[in-house]
Write a protein that binds this ligand. Structure first.
Ligand code: PXP
Length: 241
């Protein structure tokens, strides 16, 4: 199995920008930096409330990025229209609740099944590869492949990340993710994984050879502050001395 691809989610660059209503830090610049520094893809989640990434970000990022763009959207008519217009390489369908701080769990694949199936078909016919963000459950993987005919799944890693972070026993959850990834691979699905990943949890999960891609955002953007503070402070000191 080849090495795991790294998808860099830059939503929270936009969160910082929006906190001040300024035009920096620029998510477009972050997307291009990610590309230059070896990311395999860039992920953005266009939320219904546009709390971080907005339509203009999507438009410019899509026009400038050379590596694959993975657009996360909720299964709504508004998002379908936008996704059809921009035709990103990957589209990941995620659940979205207006009040949640972040995506809280995998999709409920039994909700509005007919609509979701039609939406996936339209996106696939338009040339995007469609992924479903789901919990590690064999039942949902079967539905993703055989009912929804998605190209990929993204396994929600929130639970195992919480267990690892709180130093609890994560072995059973690890086995579950391993088993689900293996099965998904065997039936021809591309397997992605994400949510809550940091250095330790991604290292642990990288032992699962059936996962093809990690999508990492919040920790990666947060940690970049610390990896970048030294240079930024030095630059200021040079400028004002
Ligand atoms: N994958 C999906 C489908 C997501 O919704 C998110 C969160 O937006 C992520 C990955 C990234 O999660 P995090 O920001 O915790 O790394």
């Amino acid at each position: 199995m080849t090495k795991i691809r790294l998808g860099v989610n830059i939503d929270h660059v936009a969160t910082v920008r929006n906190a001040r209503g300024e035009n920096y830090p620029s998510p477009v610049r972050a997307a291009l930096f990610a590309q230059n520094y070896g990311a395999h893809s860039v992920t953005i989640h266009l939320r219904e409330d546009r709390r971080h990434i907005n339509d203009a970000d999507l438009k410019i990022i899509k026009s400038k990025l050379k590596i694959p763009l993975n657009l996360e959207i909720a299964a709504t008519n508004e998002m379908l229209k936008i996704a059809l217009k921009y035709k990103p390489t990957y589209i990941c369908i995620v659940p979205e609740k207006r009040k949640e701080v972040t995506t809280e769990g995998g999709l409920n694949l039994n909700y509005n099944k007919t609509f979701l199936k039609k939406l996936i078909k339209k996106l696939k016919n338009n040339g995007s590869r469609v992924s479903l963000f789901i919990e590690p459950k064999i039942k949902d993987i079967k539905l993703a492949k055989f009912f929804f005919e998605s190209d990929c799944i993204e396994i929600h890693t929130g639970k195992i990340c919480n267990l690892i972070n709180s130093k609890k026993n994560y072995k059973a959850e690890f086995q579950k993710i391993n088993k689900c990834s293996k099965y998904a691979n065997e039936i021809g699905l591309e397997v992605h994984a994400g949510h809550g990943l940091n250095f330790l949890s991604s290292k642990i999960l990288s032992k699962i050879k059936y996962i093809q891609e990690f999508n990492i955002g919040h920790f990666l953007v947060g940690e970049s502050i610390f990896l970048g503070l030294k240079k930024t402070i030095k630059k200021f000191k040079t400028l004002i001395k």
